[in-house]
Design a protein around this ligand. Structure first.
Ligand code: URA
Length: 444
């Protein structure tokens, strides 16, 4: 296999044979192909795409690069959800304990921040002591005991994706439907699931902003899942503004705990309930959507979901007191309120700008090795369509120091646009299954 020829072949718009994809993935994972050649190939895929047989071969090779979670003899159905990535998206932190409290096991394997988006693992690790690096044996034992584990991609699971994901993050090769699909599905298919729900983000803060391409991404992942025995459904949800109010790791954990206490922001709860209903329905743990919603609401009103989150935190070495006292999360050195610079209507809260600003505050990675500061971020209390008066408090910056405050305030000035008019676009626009895409009520 001559790598430069394969790169040229893809660059010129031709398909690479399935067996060559299998070898490429195997050799790259084993360190026999250098990053610079793989980067060039990935960039060719970004521009040229993959044919269905190539995508299937890439996904299968990434899945086969590691082991799988096995649940032989375990009675509970298992479901998970995965988001294509957003800003302020802390849904997983609520959803895993909520669904687990409804009798469905959730072996949730998440990722780290990618580009301008935050990662569930980084958020969980802001909880003092929390260990996401569970082995497959530990994860399985915890899922069997508590119905839930929240872990990172272990070295045993899809190691090819682990390496490729980190490379894509720093080489401008994230935004590709086949690469995102293979990456997500190679991990999810290794979890031994009976059902998978995908949250495919659309809008300016999503990796695939265009709504029709978001549906294509959903369909691509659904086809991969269903062909490999994992019933898969997707919701297309808005990422043209941050989800919820908090953006930044520790701040998002705090907001997730509020949600589990029953006082989360409406948009966060709506997306969480909608995805949770799909999870329960996929594995037959609810009779219909009304029943599913009732069960999920009861998991919160009874306190069971919050208690489950505390038990998961404790089992993974974290301090469970965080569910009573978020003050034990890392605290920013400086906090400042941002006020509306003029009266008018909020026309945009630009998620990419907010995500980039968190990176600039030290809350994300610029290179693979960077350590992150979990305390920094924003709490933004306005959404597009809200009317504001000059001087109203609309957001807060959480930074390490005064220099961070200055850069955070300036980012908010760019991200929060105030004009004559603005409109909140529908939050959940499509439900996609193997049978097609259905427009959700109110989405037009
Ligand atoms: N999430 C993933 O796991 N992989 C991607 O490529 C993008 C989002």
């Amino acid at each position: 296999m001559v790598i430069p020829s394969l790169i040229q072949h893809k660059r010129d718009g031709h398909a690479i044979a399935p067996e060559d994809w299998a070898r490429l993935v195997r050799d790259y994972t084993a360190g026999r192909i250098p990053d610079y050649q793989m980067s060039a190939l990935l960039m060719a895929v970004v521009f040229r795409g993959l044919e269905p047989l190539e995508l299937a071969a890439l996904t299968d090779a990434m899945l086969a690069s590691g082991d799988r979670l096995r649940f032989d003899g375990f009675a509970l159905p298992r479901a998970d959800k995965h988001s294509t990535g957003g800003v302020g998206d802390k849904v997983s932190l609520l959803l895993a304990p909520m669904v687990a409290s409804c009798g469905v096991a959730v072996p949730m394997m998440s990722g780290r921040g990618l580009g301008h988006t935050g990662g569930t693992l980084d958020k969980l690790e802001s909880i003092p002591g929390f260990r996401t690096g569970l082995s497959l044996g530990e994860a399985r034992a915890q899922v069997e005991r508590l119905g839930c584990a929240m872990l990172g991609q272990t070295p045993e699971i899809a190691p090819a994706d682990r390496k490729l994901y980190a490379l894509r993050d720093v080489t401008g090769t994230v935004e590709s439907i086949p690469l995102i699909s293979a990456s997500i599905m190679s991990k999810k298919l290794a979890e031994g699931l009976n059902g998978l729900v995908l949250d495919v983000k659309t809008g300016s803060g999503a990796f695939i902003p265009d709504p029709s391409r978001a549906v294509e991404l959903a369909r691509t992942m659904i086809a991969l899942g269903e062909a490999r025995g994992c019933p898969t459904v997707a919701l297309v949800t808005a990422m043209d503004r941050p989800l919820g109010r908090a953006c930044g790791h520790a701040l998002e954990v705090e907001e997730a705990v509020e949600g589990l206490r029953g006082s989360g922001p409406d948009d966060l709860m709506e997306v969480t309930y909608a995805l949770g209903c799909e999870m329960l329905l996929l594995v037959g743990a609810a009779t219909d959507a009304v029943d599913a919603r009732r069960r999920l609401e009861a998991s919160i009103s009874s306190g069971r979901a919050l208690e489950k989150f505390g038990r998961v935190i404790e089992a993974q070495g974290g301090n469970p007191a965080v569910i009573e006292d978020p003050g034990i999360l890392p605290q920013a050195g400086a906090v400042e309120v941002y006020r509306a610079p003029r009266s008018g209507v909020v026309s945009a809260v630009e998620p990419r700008r907010i995500g980039r600003a968190i990176l600039e505050l030290g809350g994300g990675r610029v290179t693979i090795e960077d350590a992150i500061d979990p305390s920094v971020g924003f709490v933004i209390t306005v959404k597009p369509g809200d009317r504001v008066a000059k001087g109203d408090p609309v957001a807060s910056v959480f930074a390490r120091d005064e220099a961070g405050i200055a850069s955070g305030l300036s980012a908010l000035g760019e991200a929060i646009e105030i004009g004559e008019q603005g409109r909140l676009t529908p939050l959940i626009t499509r439900r996609v299954t193997s049978r097609g895409a259905e427009v959700k009520a109110g989405a037009g």
